[in-house]
Design a protein around this ligand. Sequence first.
Ligand SMILES: NC(=O)c1ccc[n+]([C@@H]2O[C@H](COP(=O)([O-])OP(=O)(O)OC[C@H]3O[C@@H](n4cnc5c(N)ncnc54)[C@H](OP(=O)(O)O)[C@@H]3O)[C@@H](O)[C@H]2O)c1
Length: 336
Amino acid sequence: MDSNQVTSYQAFEVTEQDDGSFAQAIVTKDVPSLKEGHVLIKVEYSAINYKDALSSTGNKGVTREYPHVPGIDASGTVLSSSSDEFKAGQQVVVTGHDLGMNTDGGYGQVIHVPESWVHSLPEGFSTQDAAVLGTAGITASLCIDKLLMTGIGPESGPVLVTGATGGVGSIAVALLVDMGFEVYAVSGKADQHERLRALGVTEVFGREELSESNKRPLLKGRWAAAIDTVGGVPLENILKSLMPQGTAAICGLVSSPALAMTVFPFILRGINLVGIDSAEVSSAKKAAMWAFMQEHSSILQGYQDWVTPITLDQLPEYIDRILKGGAAGRTLVKVS
Ligand SMILES: NC(=O)c1ccc[n+]([C@@H]2O[C@H](COP(=O)([O-])OP(=O)(O)OC[C@H]3O[C@@H](n4cnc5c(N)ncnc54)[C@H](OP(=O)(O)O)[C@@H]3O)[C@@H](O)[C@H]2O)c1
């Protein structure tokens, strides 16, 4: 596919209907003309993130205007570029920023994005590897980066990961294990506990372990750190169970965006609560996170089992699965 030869491409598009419902279809779209400082990319792979599932089903908190092509991750090859940094034929990856939110995203065979969103494909990674890691890998890496920044290391004690079979959770587990952390996991999927242990988790708890609201301001200190992807009551229980000077890095809200608790764990145990925004983090930080994942690229071998490859026409089924909390690992979307 060469932008000089190709004028149209296929995309998974979401449209708002007159009755307020949303329809999904594979449509043909025109390749946009290249704007100054932009890059036209032939997308080879994308993935399904929780945010993509929201955008694909009409969540206006994620995507304000439809018709829209979701997909916050995209890896592929530059078709044409008005940037000095990127040349036609170069392999690249884009995650986050406005891609797939209010800019047509990786579920289309072509994306047109500002050069500042684009990263050269990290050496040693294929375009498939880059999409498998994608936003989930960047987010897991940012969470770990924040743990390290607050003085947490493998010697500090056990780390708990929630939503452990999810995209962010499972990659966080694989990275932490590779770094020598003792990792514990919370997962609602009883049939995946064995697979999590195979990834190197010491013990897996069911979601019920953290799901009961507890009036006590502090619980027994068990975790040196936590990576939480779910929020709500589970997060309250985690913060109350951090050991002194412990850190919780949080990124998600699949359980709830609410947090109702006292300040006692903060002022009596000196714990840290740190947040992650993988979409708008600086380009330099994103590059550092890709470099971090390159250092731990060996995780990709053991992670193959956690990758489900699909094509654009299978998106509706898998989007539904992730919204119901039933997806495990990363759903890799072969786009072109
Ligand atoms: N802040 C950021 O930059 C950023 C970046 C990426 C993602 N996120 C957020 O992080 C979260 C995870 O994203 P993801 O793409 O990894 O999603 P995902 O693949 O769907 O993973 C979420 C996991 O959470 C668990 N879960 C689902 N529903 C739950 C519920 N009601 N209560 C408790 N646990 C539940 C499930 O794992 P188990 O079955 O194993 O429990 C599920 O696999 C989402 O909220 C997403 O929006 C934020």
